[in-house]
Design a protein around this ligand. Structure first.
Ligand code: NAP
Length: 359
């Protein structure tokens, strides 16, 4: 049992003191966590302004609305679902997709052990860089749902543990854009590590926010003579990927159709599979398009939260594909600075993202 005054009670660095059920697990694995606003010594209390819901989670919530729902009904459905999940679990941890997202809020209070962490002060506007699936969250109300941005404005509070990374919001770009960039910050940094000069690269979901960032980085890293193939889905995302111009070839296709995607890749890569595939799609069922399009001993990076470990591992085995399957860790050292820097240094990329996330 924790002892001492709020703000001085000694907490576990990983937040296990907040786990309610099941006992003994870490907060991400927990079904329910304690979302009370009385903080421990190693916690930071935030007033929450906006939730940036994970793309796979948001899409799943929207798709669970009654058929034929209009914009207003969809917004109400998202608001009600978010309130229900948070009240049941003490965190915005979608039970279907298992994913979370991140949030924007201002610092209300520091625990005694973490006062001034990362140079931050009370009142600073910050974005959390750890998943909402492990962040204690309490909501009073959902104020606005933005169906186009996967963002929900709320009134509530959240708690960050001492191991929970966060970034003070930059002053030189819009809040919604910065929040969107920080949500997918791991993807471009890890793409940069995986792609080597001259590699052929396939980006699935190339017109989505992480897909655009990864395409830009793949182009930079692989160099002008490498082959970058972007696969976009609907007309709007295809148009964004085209406007960016990072890919040599743009395919407009459904990534759940594995054989069709592989054939398109072979057609556009001199009959060869690619060296590296980056999966940035927000729907399930795209594991085999990624695996079948990648050469033996090539690398498949699954940033998508809709990825199934079993579908990827057993699917690769089933087709005799000796490829490295890489889980998209949301954290990479320096990822926040890197993703903001990428948007600052690439005017075309920034312009497209600003259109996606105005304000
Ligand atoms: P996003 O902006 O919504 O982009 C997703 C893209 O997937 C969209 O451009 C969409 O195209 C495309 N897509 C949807 N269905 C498709 C299909 N059948 N075939 C081909 N493409 C399809 O999402 P995001 O924010 O970049 O996130 C991408 C993924 O990363 C999500 O799964 C998200 O959950 C995950 N994520 C992972 C982490 C991590 O830590 N690993 C962190 C954040 C997000 P259309 O719009 O044209 O349909």
């Amino acid at each position: 049992m924790a002892q001492g005054l709020p703000g001085n009670r000694i907490g576990c660095p990983y937040g296990t003191h907040r786990v309610i059920t099941p006992a003994g697990v870490l907060p991400q694995a927990a079904w329910r966590i304690d979302n009370s606003t009385e903080i421990f010594d190693n916690e930071i209390l935030l007033d929450v302004r906006t939730l940036n819901i994970d793309a796979a989670s948001f899409k799943q919530i929207v798709s669970s609305a009654p058929p034929g729902a209009g914009k207003k009904e969809l917004e109400e459905h998202v608001a009600a679902t978010v309130m229900k999940i948070v009240s049941e679990r003490g965190k915005m941890h979608n039970p279907v997709t298992g994913s979370g997202g991140m949030l924007l809020g201002t610092i209300r209070e520091f625990g005694s052990k973490v006062r001034g962490a990362r140079g931050a002060r009370t009142g600073d506007l910050v974005a959390t860089l750890v998943s909402l699936s492990l962040t204690p969250l309490r909501l009073n109300a959902v104020k606005r749902v933005d169906l186009d941005k996967d963002q929900v404005d709320v009134e509530g509070s959240a708690v960050l543990f001492e191991t929970g990374a966060f970034a003070v919001m930059p002053k030189d770009m819009g809040e919604r854009l910065a929040l969107a960039l920080l949500d997918v910050a791991g993807a471009p940094t890890q793409t940069e590590r995986l792609v080597h000069p001259g590699d052929s690269v396939l980006v699935l979901g190339a017109g989505g926010k992480s897909g655009l960032l990864c395409s830009a980085v793949a182009r930079q890293k692989a160099g002008p003579n490498a082959r970058i193939i972007g696969l976009a889905h609907g007309p709007a995302s295809t148009a964004r990927a085209r406007a960016l111009g990072a890919a040599d070839v743009l395919i407009s296709a459904d990534a759940t159709n594995a054989l069709q995607v592989m054939e398109e890749v072979l057609k556009h890569n001199d009959g060869k599979k690619v060296d590296v595939t980056i999966n940035c799609v927000n729907v399930p069922g795209t594991e085999m398009a990624s695996i079948l399009s990648t050469r033996p001993r090539g690398k498949v990076y699954f940033f998508s939260m809709a990825t199934s470990f079993t579908a990827a591992a057993l699917g690769a085995e089933g087709v005799g594909a000796d490829v490295d399957l890489i889980i998209g860790n949301g954290y990479a050292e320096g990822h926040a600075e890197r993703v903001l820097g990428l948007a600052r240094s690439d005017a075309k990329l920034r312009g497209i993202l600003e259109e996606m996330f105005p304000g």
